[in-house]
Design a protein around this ligand. Structure first.
Ligand SMILES: NC(=O)c1ccc[n+]([C@@H]2O[C@H](COP(=O)([O-])OP(=O)(O)OC[C@H]3O[C@@H](n4cnc5c(N)ncnc54)[C@H](O)[C@@H]3O)[C@@H](O)[C@H]2O)c1
Ligand SMILES: O=C/C=C/C=C(\O)C(=O)O
Length: 486
């Protein structure tokens, strides 16, 4: 059986306590590898290695050489595209059609983008008046933080890991990464790419393992880590915040969502249906940005529900390795239990199940996979738990509204605030409604269209801080102001 080891100080190493845990392919339920179960000892070693590299070769390396090294990492991912793709697909069950367009290319693009961004940074300077008239010059420089802990989830494993590792390294830090226990494989491959790209040992380290009482918690509590950047559930964010409090450590959090889509009657109906099918069911609904609450203006409500239900029923669910497959399984059987409990809850709460609501009959090896049907509900009130809690599956509830004011109030009535999708052809309404959404990200007549220069993050339970472009640099550096009296 294949073993996935920790990557510490430039080498693949056994876990200190010698423990391993199984990694399962959720499409078939088969165990594909045994993964090193990191613990506090492994985190200690990784943080020491990262600190050494920071004080040594990485810290001393000229900026242009450092950024060239990150370009080589980007090229290294692309050169091994098929290895990364297969690893991501086996860990997650994602269809090739999704992972080959999103996960792997974005993994490489994150390194290219942040290397390029660093090449174009400039220093701010301020000429300041002084009473004597001589004046003073203020200028502001950036310095890396030191050792950054990156804790990432399973839904877009390589994309979300590199979204944080790339800017952290471009800014001059060293990294200890703790990928999700569900998806260790592409993080391990990334270790190989770093090694083969000639990046000094200790710059990028990977320790596998779990969260509480395991490698994840040990990383957040380690006294020599300067910042923690985390993507995952809001509950976990709260636990990490507590762990970081004693050291007053910097944190950046991209957390859960219960995102709304608002479809106005003036929208292009087919475009809105297609877009919502994508925003509700992509990656089996396991994107933090997915729409689980859809509000549709009453005159087009019936036509919209019929269209979306038809799209849900028409999605080809099945073998991720079949090019025609549009939707794979959920990440695990444990997660399927959670999603199926929401299928039950929807019925108990009185929902009408317009599409899906069950487990598809796939047969063969796939009968042991963690599949569910793409599901559309109607008929619940805004207070139903189905409209308030993040399911993180291929589901949405569709509710009618009558006025713009009502749609805004419904969309904003949530403990979360990550993103919103608005479908309208009225340009004034698009601006008006967007500005009033209590979220960090609004898409109008599209969804998940990304420009890596833009600020990315959420409000309320959906996160703290923004990453993307210079916002990432703001987090991964300390800015220092220097004032010189002339
Ligand atoms: N806002 C965003 O950008 C964004 C992006 C992707 C996913 N998400 C959210 O992530 C969630 C799905 O991912 P998940 O289930 O992997 O999240 P999760 O919170 O269960 O786990 C994420 C990571 O945190 C680690 N972890 C868990 N408990 C920990 C602890 N106490 N200390 C340190 N580390 C700990 C896990 O091992 C894993 O590596 C969803 O809620 C989704 O909305 C948010
Ligand atoms: O599941 C969440 C998706 C997050 C996406 C990004 O962080 C990104 O596109 O940079």
């Amino acid at each position: 059986m294949k073993k996935i080891l920790n990557f510490i100080d430039g080498a693949f190493v056994e876990p200190a306590r010698g423990a391993y845990f199984p990694n399962t392919n959720p499409a078939t339920g088969t165990i594909i590898s045994q993964v090193a179960e990191g613990s506090a000892e492994d985190i200690d070693r990784a943080v020491e290695a990262a600190r050494r590299a920071f004080k040594g070769p990485w810290g001393a390396m000229p900026l242009s050489e450092r950024l060239d090294a990150l370009d080589r990492v980007a090229s290294g991912i692309m050169a091994r595209f098929d290895d990364f793709l297969k690893a991501e697909m086996l860990d997650t069950g994602k269809p090739a059609s999704f992972a080959s367009r999103i996960d792997i290319p974005r993994g490489a693009a994150n390194f290219k983008f942040f290397a390029n961004l660093m090449r174009t940074q400039h220093t701010a300077a301020f000429e300041t008046e002084t009473p004597g008239g001589g004046g003073a010059l203020n200028y502001t420089i950036r310095r890396p933080l030191g050792v950054v802990g990156v804790i990432s989830p399973w839904n877009l494993p390589l994309l979300l890991l590199t979204w944080k590792v790339a800017p952290a390294l471009a800014a001059g830090n060293c990294v200890v990464a703790k990928p999700s226990e569900e998806t260790p494989s592409t993080a391990a491959l990334l270790g190989e790419v770093f090694r083969d790209a000639g990046v000094p040992p200790g710059v990028f380290n990977v320790v596998h393992g779990f969260g509480p009482g395991s490698a994840g918690e040990a990383l957040t509590r380690h006294p020599d880590v300067d910042a923690i950047t985390f993507t995952g559930e809001s509950r976990t964010g709260s636990a990490i915040m507590e762990a970081c409090a004693p050291h007053v450590r910097d944190i950046s959090f991209e957390l859960g969502g219960k995102n709304a889509a608002i479809v106005f009657a003036d929208a292009d109906l087919q475009e809105a249906i297609d877009g919502t099918a994508r925003s509700s069911f992509s990656n089996t609904g396991q994107v933090c940005l997915c729409s689980e609450r859809v509000y549709v203006e009453r005159p087009i409500f019936d036509a919209f529900v019929e269209g979306l239900a038809a799209r849900a029923r028409g999605l080809k669910v099945g073998d991720p390795f079949d090019e025609a497959t549009q939707m794979g399984p959920l990440i695990s059987h444990a997660h399927r239990e959670k999603v199926l409990s929401y299928f039950e809850l929807a019925k108990t709460e009185g929902a009408t199940v317009v599409a899906g609501g069950g487990v598809p009959e796939l047969g063969g090896a796939l009968s042991k996979g963690a599949f569910v049907e793409p599901t559309v509900w109607t008929g619940l009130s805004q207070n139903a738990r189905i409209l308030r809690e993040e399911v993180f599956g291929p589901v949405c509830h569709v509710m009618p509204f009558d006025t713009e004011e009502e749609a805004i109030a419904l969309a904003n009535d949530s403990d979360y605030g990550l993103c919103a999708a608005i479908w309208t052809n009225d340009v004034r309404r698009a601006h008006r409604v967007s500005a009033r959404m209590d979220v960090g990200l609004v898409w109008v007549n599209t969804w998940f269209l990304r420009d890596l220069r833009t600020p990315f993050g959420g409000v309320k339970l959906s996160g703290i801080g923004r990453e993307g472009g210079t916002h990432s640099l703001d987090f991964y550096t300390e800015t220092k102001n220097i004032c010189i009296k002339l």
